[in-house]
Write a protein of this length. Structure first.
Length: 479
């Protein structure tokens, strides 16, 4: 028992050292807000717990055995881990897939399927070397034991069709979590388009989803350029001053509903779904606005500034939510006939989940301007309206049976990012919103920034920008 405790404490001490480094960077350069209800709060909690447990373990051990114990504990821990790995490998001894998967977590069934002469030449003539019940990691298996071997033996590029065919003959099965159903995968080759010729072997699930968005219909974004966009839907429509793009909330024509009806008729066609299947897709995403799903009482809109409420009222005035249903039904009908499944998506939340035109209303020079949250960052009436819209979307999905794959709760909520690879938008938002309000408009708060910083921190946005820049320089020096 004492030896096990020492092993655990040694591991926790190492974790604690790494955690201290993480928290130093977290507090010193990123300055997150304690109000933020996102993953950073969870990270802080578990990181702090790690520090406390690690400190207790080290204190307890040091008091009994002295500081020289650490080397002994470390060596014992390493030996213990090796013993555990050998134990798992010994446990994964079975001659059939069913027997293997019944052994539990850590055991996988690796197999070779089909006729493949090149597999013998490039991977293994004795297929038993790369098949059977094993404790191997499926990703390392597809990458190292299959793809890398085949590349070295064939001297072919990793994306060569013959080589890809070889890799796909090797399969992996694992126990399906809480169920007894096996989850089956095959090795595939994935090439990262952002990295040029970098290709990797990885397991891929049978019957994987291959999706495409059937967007721009119910939430028309002008830049998408669907038929009718310039011809009649946005004809004569001017974007408000200080906004980036024209949005559907800017259509003031009393016949806006007729424009929208014609646009939906022109852009939902059965042949679209046939072509989607021919391109190899098996699921489509269907973006919807809250106004396609729920009606608000006459004269009411989501909460927000008066000038913005007028813009939302225009969208709501096109037609009732029930009137959109015939076009939504048409999408499901055509999809079902073509063998496609549909994923409805709440693309535009009441009050906007960002300031982008995808919400139906572009709000100005920064995506940080929106009213889905209250001014103090809490949930209020707009979030409750979004809940109603999501509920209606769930009812719609249930009514469509197997044709509906599921629902997407919310499209692209404001996503400023402190990661140095993606922090440029956040830096621009801080520049556009000194002290947390839109430059030149003290009555317009940049709500998105409240997701990252406290009200006190937003009093000095120049300091926050300086910290972001310092974080970027530090990252560049490491690289």
């Amino acid at each position: 028992r004492g030896e096990i405790t020492e092993n655990i404490c040694a591991i926790m001490k190492q974790e604690s050292a790494e955690t201290q480094h993480f928290l130093a960077a977290e507090e010193g350069t990123l300055a997150r807000t304690p109000q933020t209800f996102n993953w950073h709060r969870a990270v802080r909690f578990f990181a702090l717990a790690t520090l406390i447990v690690g400190a207790l373990c080290v204190t307890a051990i040091s008091g009994v055995r002295g500081s020289s114990l650490l080397q002994t504990v470390t060596s014992k821990t390493k030996a213990s881990l090796e013993d555990q790995q050998q134990l798992v490998a010994a446990q994964c001894a079975a001659d059939t897939e069913d027997a293997c998967l019944k052994l539990g977590d850590g055991c996988y069934w690796f197999s070779y399927i089909g006729d493949c002469p090149n597999c013998d030449k490039w991977v293994s003539q004795d297929k038993g070397d790369v098949t059977g019940c094993r404790d191997w990691d499926p990703f390392a298996y597809c990458q190292d034991q299959i793809l890398t071997k085949a590349v070295e033996a064939s001297k072919k590029d990793r994306d060569d069709p013959d080589l890809v065919d070889v890799v796909q003959h090797y399969h992996v099965a694992r126990r399906g979590g809480s169920t007894d159903l096996a989850k089956k995968m095959f090795c595939s080759v994935w090439c990262d388009p952002m990295e040029g010729s970098s290709c990797f072997g990885q397991p891929k699930a049978y019957n994987s989803l291959r999706g495409v968005s059937y967007g721009g219909r119910f939430v028309p974004e002008k830049f998408l350029g669907l038929y009718g966009t310039g011809e009649y839907l946005y004809k004569g429509v001017e974007k408000p001053r200080d906004t980036r793009r024209t949005s559907i909330c800017d259509i003031e024509d009393p016949d806006g509903g007729k424009r929208m009806a014609s646009f939906l008729d022109d852009n939902i066609k059965e042949e679209h779904f046939t072509r989607i299947v021919e391109q190899g897709f098996n699921i489509i995403r269907l973006p919807l606005g809250y106004w396609n799903l729920i009606d608000l009482p006459p004269g009411q809109t989501p909460d927000g500034p008066p000038e913005v409420k007028k813009r939302w009222a225009r969208i709501q005035g096109f037609m009732k939510a029930a009137e959109y249903r015939k076009w939504i039904d048409r999408v499901f009908e055509f999809a079902g006939k073509a063998g496609l499944r549909v994923l409805p998506d709440l693309h535009s939340a009441p009050g906007g989940q960002s300031g982008n035109e995808c919400t139906g209303c572009d709000q100005g020079p920064t995506d940080a301007i929106f009213w889905f949250l209250e001014s103090d960052g809490t949930l209020g009436r707009n979030a409750l309206l979004a809940q109603k819209a999501i509920t209606e979307m769930a009812k719609l999905c249930a009514a469509k049976g197997d044709t509906c794959y599921g629902i997407e709760l919310l499209n692209e909520p404001y996503g400023g990012h402190v990661d140095t690879l993606y922090d440029e938008p956040l830096r621009k938002d801080l520049e556009a919103c000194p002290n947390g309000v839109l430059l030149g408009k003290d009555d317009v708060k940049c709500s998105g920034l409240q997701m990252f910083y406290t009200a006190e921190q937003l009093k000095d946005t120049e300091d926050l920008i300086t910290k972001l820049n310092a974080s970027r320089r530090a990252k560049q020096s490491e690289d």
